[in-house]
Ligand binder design. Structure first.
Ligand code: ZN
Length: 502
């Protein structure tokens, strides 16, 4: 269709985005239902609905009419307000992306990923990497090809990174990880040699029904409005958002572990506060919600580690923790609790790793996927390379592939370039803390009283309210200046030197 005025094109743009958001909402609710409340044998009909809905969502954006709309808006960019201009830019990028991948390749790839998920699950269970290897090879080939469609002018891995963290590249990440390696590998070796912290009391029996009440308490301390944010239970915790007035988090309770769910709630709570803090003006547009994985993780990890594992926060919540679990914590002092929740120990499994060693798990994956995409590492050598890097960075021996390169679902799900955002998020957070303290002065007295309003207020003002209006790098720079990993390595060195009395 031809547009008679910019006004008319803007209306069409608005309508397109609202429809997209409505479809996303439906798919999101289906997924939430599937992972929380749906009975075990109900997947068939839901699977069918999700397949059709996904196709409709794809067709909605891929419609060639959108190409006309987006070029019209591009031609009239000078008449657009900044928000509409950015909406058109984001949609234009997504639209062109879809156009570049031939439909038959897109379908074949979806089928491959579906099969690969099942093969990977079985291979992980049976410690059988060779059965998964041919699938991984094909997934890597597809990703190298798609990278060329995304952006043929940069190395393939850079093009993939850009999908998760717009503007990110290997040059920045190589420097980032080199600095982490140089300061963290020796620090972890010193922690390993020091006297280990006793956290056995965190692994007593903690009944689920009391843990549920504890979660409610934690959400209250975080200042989360429960009329806009729900909590449910799933195998793996996650956050999903439908708009800035309806966000859901999930957790998983283990009866023999107090802190697993506790820090899941605080972590997902950080993601939720980001979504809840977005300005209303971005609702039902392509700019709604957090801007990137890296910035999202900066928020979740800020609450989880920088706040949640601080002496001040431990001080604030400890009396209440004791009230919930008086028998389990008998004779335990606040200092014991603080040290126990920060115990660091090189281990094999990424999702169970502590704050100090976590980023080294990411570094292993970064090194490997970078080589896979560059074509300098053959898939059959992944297990060997995995073991070598775990030995070098974490000083641990990987006994098998189940506890090694088969542990994560990312590669079987086709996600290459995703892992680095976890590490970036942690480092962004440490730099934000320094800036926050420059602006607000001491924040810890408030935190020690259980008052996070100033902290959250600062994050809302500088990060949350902007949703996806700015590109991630742009947003970060406007708040903190140039990204510098030294803030993060300094933060960890200072914290763990003190904690382990090194
Ligand atoms: Zn997260």
């Amino acid at each position: 269709m031809r547009y008679e005025s910019t006004q008319q094109a803007m209306e069409a743009l608005k309508k397109l985005q609202q429809t997209q958001k409505a479809y996303d909402h439906v798919l999101g609710v289906l997924y939430l239902d599937a992972t929380t409340a749906a009975p075990g044998d109900t997947w068939e009909g839901r699977g069918k609905t999700m397949e059709i809905m996904s196709q409709i969502t794809y067709d909605l954006l891929a419609d060639p009419q959108n190409g006309e709309l987006l070029s019209y808006l591009e031609e009239h960019a000078r008449e657009l307000d900044p928000q509409t201009k950015r909406e058109a830019e984001v949609l234009g990028k997504n639209y062109r992306q879809l156009q570049r991948i031939p439909a038959e390749e897109y379908v074949a790839y979806s089928v491959l990923l579906n099969d690969a998920q099942n093969v990977w699950k079985k291979a992980k269970k049976e410690d059988d990497f060779p059965s998964f290897a041919p699938y991984l090879e094909k997934i890597v080939d597809y990703n190298r090809k798609f990278a060329g469609y995304y952006n043929p002018n940069v190395p393939p891995y850079d093009a993939l990174l850009n999908e998760y963290e717009e503007g990110m590249c290997m040059e920045t990440l190589d420097r980032f990880f080199r600095e982490l390696r140089e300061s963290l590998v020796p620090l972890i070796a010193r922690v390993k040699a020091a006297e280990q912290i006793d956290d056995s009391f965190l692994h007593k029996h903690y009944p689920v029904e009391v843990q549920r009440k504890f979660s409610d308490y934690l959400m209250e301390v975080m200042g989360m409005d429960r009329s806009h944010c729900g909590i449910a239970e799933t195998e793996h915790p996650y956050t999903t958002n439908f708009n800035n007035k309806d966000v859901r988090i999930t957790t998983h309770y283990y009866e023999d572990n107090l802190v697993s769910s506790m820090f899941s709630v605080i972590h997902e709570g950080g993601h939720a506060l980001y979504e809840l803090g977005a300005d209303d003006r971005y609702n039902y547009t392509a700019l709604s919600g957090g801007v990137s994985m890296g910035i999202h993780e900066s928020q979740s990890r800020f609450y989880e580690n920088i706040i949640g594992r601080s002496p001040a926060f431990a001080h604030a919540i400890f009396p209440k923790v004791k009230e919930f679990f008086p028998e389990q914590l008998e004779g335990v002092e606040e200092e014991d609790f603080y040290r126990a929740i920060n115990k660091a120990e090189p281990s094999l499994i990424r999702i169970e790793a502590d704050e100090l060693t976590y980023t080294l798990h990411i570094m292993v994956r970064y090194e490997i996927e970078k080589q896979l995409i560059a074509g300098t590492l053959a898939v059959c050598h992944v297990p060997r390379e995995w073991k070598r890097l775990y030995r070098e960075y974490l000083g641990v021996e990987v006994p098998n592939d189940t506890l090694g390169c088969l542990q994560d679902s990312h590669w079987s799900g086709g996600s290459f370039g995703y892992f680095p955002s976890y590490a970036l998020g942690s480092a962004y957070g440490a730099q934000m803390l320094v800036k926050m303290q420059e602006d607000l002065g001491d924040i810890w007295a408030d935190v020690a009283r259980g008052d996070l309003s100033k902290v959250t207020g600062w994050l809302r003002e500088h990060i949350h309210r902007h949703a996806s209006f700015y590109k991630p790098g742009e947003l970060f720079r406007s708040v903190c200046g140039e990204f510098d990993p030294k803030f993060y390595t300094d933060y960890l060195t200072e914290k763990y030197t003190r904690l382990y009395r090194l």
